[in-house]
Write a protein that binds this ligand. Structure first.
Ligand code: 2F8
Ligand code: CA
Length: 306
């Protein structure tokens, strides 16, 4: 028997076993031919088996390769997934930083706003305070204007008329005038006002010329800021129409020739027989007729004394 070696040897033994079973049916010659045929078959079988193994190995290799590829893909996906999570984590951290900065900024703006609102409130109070101070100053300024005007009106009195007018009287247009501005002198009726003037040595003013009228108008407006006509701001003058309604006469009985009545006056509303002049801007519209018993201020006139 030919030694086939390796795997061939093993097949020989198997074949020899089968051959012993058939030994009675075949001759030795035919046994030899049969053995050669068997060896050929065995060799063929051995080749077929080697191929199967090779195919199996190839299949296995392919399986391994595809598994490797699959694992590679899976690993890549895992790695990409990991990268995405790490990106999200870092983005989240970044956003948290931005959010904290925004909160801080918002708190700062709130603090600033509250501070500014407070400052605004204080400014408003300050404004109110200054406005009320401004009003006070305006009042004081008005009062000072009156004082200055009064003092100014005394200048001619001092320089040229001091010798001629009593203290408290004002020299103007060559006459001495007393304007009862003082609050210490309450308003009174036409008759009582006249009595006051007479006691001083004068009489109610008689503005029977344009010059005198304008001089008295200036004196009134010097002390008084010209205002709208009100019933209580008038000054009695020496003019009446007691004897005959509508016939206005001065104290000496002379007839009125040029009047400076306000619009619609004299209107003898009720019974108004005494004339008064009022602080008004327009000097030609200053008179009104009022009831003689009505209480008003007054203006006295006196010749300067030497
Ligand atoms: O409107 C003019 C009118 O005003 C007052 O009466 C409401 C005067 N009265 C007194 O001064 C007392 C009127 O004389 C004057 O005509
Ligand atoms: Ca009147």
């Amino acid at each position: 028997m030919e030694d086939n070696g390796g795997l061939g040897g093993t097949y020989d033994k198997l074949v020899c076993q089968e051959d012993f079973d058939d030994i009675d049916e075949y001759s030795l010659h035919s046994n030899q031919e049969n053995q050669q045929a068997s060896v050929s078959i065995l060799r063929l079988g051995s080749r077929i088996q080697s191929r199967s193994v090779a195919v199996s190995l190839t299949v296995l290799a392919l399986l391994l390769l595809s598994t490797d590829i699959g694992l590679g893909v899976y690993y890549r996906q895992l790695r990409d997934g990991h990268r995405t999570i790490s990106d999200i984590t870092s983005e989240l951290a970044n956003l948290q930083g931005v959010y904290s900065a925004a909160i801080q900024s918002r708190d700062e703006v709130r603090r600033q706003l509250s501070k500014e609102l407070n400052e605004q409130k204080v400014t408003k109070w300050e404004l109110e305070h200054q406005q009320s101070r401004g009003k006070e100053y305006e009042k004081q300024a008005d009062k000072l204007k009156v004082d200055i005007a009064m003092l100014s009106s005394h200048v001619p009195l001092i320089t040229e008329g001091c010798r001629h007018c009593l203290p408290g009287w004002t020299f103007a247009n060559s006459q001495c005038y007393y304007l009862a501005f003082s609050d210490a002198l309450p308003r009174r009726s036409w008759q009582d006002a006249r009595t006051f003037c007479k006691k001083q040595g004068g009489d109610l003013v008689v503005t029977d010329t344009r010059e005198k009228h304008l001089a008295v108008h200036d004196l009134i407006n010097t002390y008084h800021i010209p205002i709208r006509h009100t019933h209580l701001t008038g000054f009695w003058i020496g003019l009446r129409d007691v004897e005959e309604e509508g016939t206005w006469r001065w104290l000496d009985g002379s007839l009125l020739t040029e009047g400076y009545w306000n619009f619609g006056e004299p209107n003898n509303q009720g019974e108004e027989d005494c004339a008064a002049t009022y602080p008004k801007e327009n000097p030609f519209r200053t008179w009104n007729d009022a009831p003689c018993g009505y209480s008003l201020k007054w203006i006295c006139e006196m010749e300067p004394r030497s």
